[in-house]
Structures are given as structure tokens and as C-alpha cells.
Write a protein that binds this ligand. Structure first.
Ligand code: SR1
Ligand code: MG
Length: 402
């Protein structure tokens, strides 16, 4: 019989004490539950004597944000832990280190990053992260390239696909991103004043076709091991450092889904700026910086991905003339389309973003919501015509033109 149960604070402290080599025998351990996400418990354990600290993350057998009526497999803790270990192995400076785990308790013990800030919070406050595009470009290029058939033996890669089958968490994405926003659903969540916008999403056949194609890619294309939920709430930052956390949605899927997640969340923040920065010049500067970041994320990713391809590819057909260009264009088009889907779901779907929802002034909040929907639709509808990173910016600018 399984020993699983949600840990009490005392049990979390005992667990921390049992990890070899971490805390001295006389450590005075304090425990706080700091989980503000949708799905898990997160215990922050600190030694009041020495100041050393760790994080213990424990999966609950249901979605915390909804309740016990939405059961979720505990195996996602094992998937998240194995993905974290793999990402840390490929990009040691860009992911937290795993110190210990217990799959039966669905527990992972990892590096405490509380000297960093959650990127979404930093962006809302108007912070600039000049090294971010390079860091995330590196994370995306290495994790996606080295887990793909371009770099792995295809048999070994299939073992990975099997190990990272993640049906419950994929179902959340399938429902919340690719289905609910386009129909009447109890999961949807938007204010009365957006009813016309929501109805337009439900009635737009051309939009549905593009979403259907992107959904098909999400369901069927096992290109690489994705993080699977790479929004700015899954990234810790300082001016010098970037750490990607929370890969519990990890599974084998299309590379553009991860790149698109980053771009969508930068664009959601871009759409929110009038709600946060009152001074017009400062606002314009912040908006331009965010658009440059969108373009830089793509360029930094593409440059590194092509370099890895040229220097490290194992695929015997990798050198076929034109193959690399076609592959990169496919990832770019997916990036644009998935970014659009992710923007739309954060406005009318179950789970929103603080960048927009916490704007106090209702008029500015509504403007931000409508701007995000306009950009999202423009990206989804035109993603198959995108050929360069600049095309993404062109579509964004077309969508926000007065
Ligand atoms: C029920 S979980 C809702 C959302 O939170 C996660 O961060 C994912 O984005 C998911 O879609
Ligand atoms: Mg998460």
C-alpha cells in the first residue's frame, strides 16, 4: 500500500533532516508552506542557526486550484523530478539542483532560489533583464536539441518518450489551451464585459482551423522533451541569473510550444503596460524593450540551435541540403501559433496572469485584455505564413494598430 500522504510541517522538517550532508544535527529548522501555484505544496525549510535553506515540493493528488474533483496522477512528481535533473545536466546554471526525492511521497527536494525573483513579478514592476534572452535561448536550444532525434539515438529517444508520457498534465493543456476558449465551458473564466470577445472566439471558423492544426501538433509530434509550461511564473531571475523551475508538464511534443510560451508571456506583459506605467515615455521605452526581448529570445534560440545542429547532430540525414532551414522555419511557425493560443487562454480560460488581472483600473484592464486577445488571434491566424522572427513583431504591431 502506498505511503503517500500530504506532509505536515513536522514531517517536512524530519524529511529535510534525513537528507545526508545538508543540515547539521543541531540545525533549528523552520518550515513555511509558500506554494502559490495551481497544483502543489511547496515547503520552504530554513536553518535558523546557519541560514541554509532548501525547497521541498510535494504533488497533491488533485489540482489545488480546482479541488479534489479534478484528480491528477502523482507520477507527475517523478516526471518533474526527472525533467529537472535532465535540464540541470544539460544547463547547470539555468535550472535548480535536485538534492533528494521520494517518488512514493511525490516529493522533490531542491535548491532554494529565494534570492531570485519570479520573473512575472519583476516584469510587472517594470524590471529589465538584459541577459534573459541569451539565458533562455541557451536553455531552449540545449534542452530541445539534445532530447530530440537530431541528437539522440532514435531507440533511446523512444525510451524517453515512454518515460515522459504525462497524460493528466497534457489533458490540462489540451482542455485549457486548445479547447475551452473556443466553446462554452464551465472552466472558462472572464468578466461579463468580455462576453462579445468570448463569443467571437467561439464563432470564428478560420481561427478554429488554425487552433485545430496546432492542437494536432501538440497531440502527435514527439520532437523533443518540453518543459511544457514555460511561462514567466516558472522562471526565477536576477539581473545576472535565470533559473527555470516547475517542469511538471514535461512531455515529448513540438519544440515551438516551449519557445511560444516565453514569447506569449512577454507579450502578455507588453499588453499590460498601460496598466502599470503611467509616464508615457517610460511606458513606450518598456514596451519597446519587451518587443526587443521577444525578437531576441527567438534569435538567441535560433543561433544556438543552428550551432548545435552544425556541431553536434547525430541524425544521419542532418546534413541534407535545406533540412535545417525547413526544420527551423517549422519551429518558428509553431512558436508564433502556440504563443497566440497561450495568450488567448490567459484572457478567457481558467487560469489567468497577474500582469493583466491585477491591473486595478477596469478600463485599463479591459484594454489590456482586448489587446492580448487581438495579438493572440493575429498570431494564431497567421502563424503558417511566418518566415522570420521579425514577422512575429510585424503581426504584433498590426494587431495593436489603432
Ligand atoms: C489546473 S492548472 C492551470 C494552469 O496552471 C499551470 O501553470 C498551467 O499553465 C495550467 O494550464
Ligand atoms: Mg507550474
Amino acid at each position: 500500500m502506498s505511503n503517500y500522504h500530504p506532509l505536515t510541517f513536522e514531517e517536512a522538517i524530519s524529511f529535510a533532516r534525513s537528507i545526508p550532508g545538508h543540515f547539521p544535527a543541531d540545525a533549528k529548522l523552520d518550515c513555511q508552506e509558500i506554494g502559490d501555484g495551481n497544483l502543489n505544496l511547496v515547503f520552504h525549510i530554513t536553518d535558523q542557526n546557519g541560514g541554509k535553506s532548501i525547497i521541498i515540493k510535494q504533488a497533491l493528488p488533485y489540482a489545488k486550484v480546482v479541488g479534489e474533483s479534478w484528480p491528477l496522477s502523482l507520477d507527475r512528481a517523478r516526471i518533474e523530478r526527472e525533467a529537472l535533473q535532465l535540464q540541470y545536466g544539460l544547463c547547470p546554471g539555468l535550472a535548480p539542483e535536485v538534492y533528494a526525492f521520494d517518488d512514493e511521497l511525490a516529493v522533490t527536494v531542491m535548491e532554494d532560489l529565494s534570492d531570485h525573483t519570479i520573473m512575472r513579478k519583476g516584469l510587472i514592476e517594470g524590471a529589465a533583464y538584459p541577459l534573459f534572452a541569451g539565458h533562455i535561448g541557451e536553455f531552449l536550444a540545449r534542452t530541445l536539441f539534445f532530447t530530440s532525434d537530431l541528437a539522440m539515438n532514435p531507440q533511446h529517444k523512444k525510451e524517453h518518450v515512454k518515460k515522459f508520457i504525462n497524460p493528466d498534465l497534457c489533458k490540462i493543456t489540451e482542455d485549457l489551451i486548445f479547447e475551452d476558449p473556443y466553446k462554452l465551458s464551465d472552466n472558462n473564466n472572464y468578466p461579463e464585459y468580455l462576453e462579445d470577445e468570448a463569443q467571437a472566439l467561439r464563432e470564428d471558423g478560420a481561427l478554429h482551423l488554425e487552433v485545430a492544426l496546432l492542437r494536432e501538433a501538440f497531440l502527435t509530434r514527439t520532437e523533443a522533451l518540453l518543459h511544457g509550461d514555460l511561462h514567466t511564473g516558472s522562471i526565477f531571475v536576477t539581473a545576472e541569473s535565470t533559473k527555470v523551475i516547475d517542469p511538471e508538464f514535461a512531455y515529448y511534443g513540438p519544440m515551438g510550444f516551449d519557445v511560444g510560451a516565453i514569447i506569449a508571456n512577454l507579450l502578455l506583459n507588453y499588453a499590460s503596460r498601460p496598466g502599470w506605467t503611467k509616464d508615457a515615455d517610460e511606458r513606450r521605452e518598456t514596451e519597446e524593450r519587451l518587443l526587443r526581448m521577444v525578437s531576441d529570445v527567438w534569435t538567441e534560440f535560433e543561433t544556438r540551435f543552428r550551432k548545435l545542429w552544425n556541431e553536434e547532430a547525430k541524425d544521419p540525414m542532418a546534413g541534407a541540403p535545406g533540412y535545417q532551414d525547413l526544420y527551423v522555419t517549422k519551429v518558428l511557425r509553431d512558436t508564433a501559433g502556440f504563443a497566440g493560443c497561450k495568450m488567448i487562454r490567459r484572457i478567457v480560460g481558467l487560469s489567468h496572469v497577474a500582469d493583466i488581472d491585477t491591473i486595478e483600473d477596469q478600463r485599463l484592464r479591459e484594454e489590456a485584455q482586448c489587446k492580448a486577445l487581438a495579438i493572440g488571434k493575429q498570431l494564431v491566424k497567421n502563424h503558417r505564413g511566418v518566415n522570420t522572427g521579425d514577422d512575429i513583431l510585424r503581426l504584433v504591431k498590426q494587431a495593436v494598430q489603432p
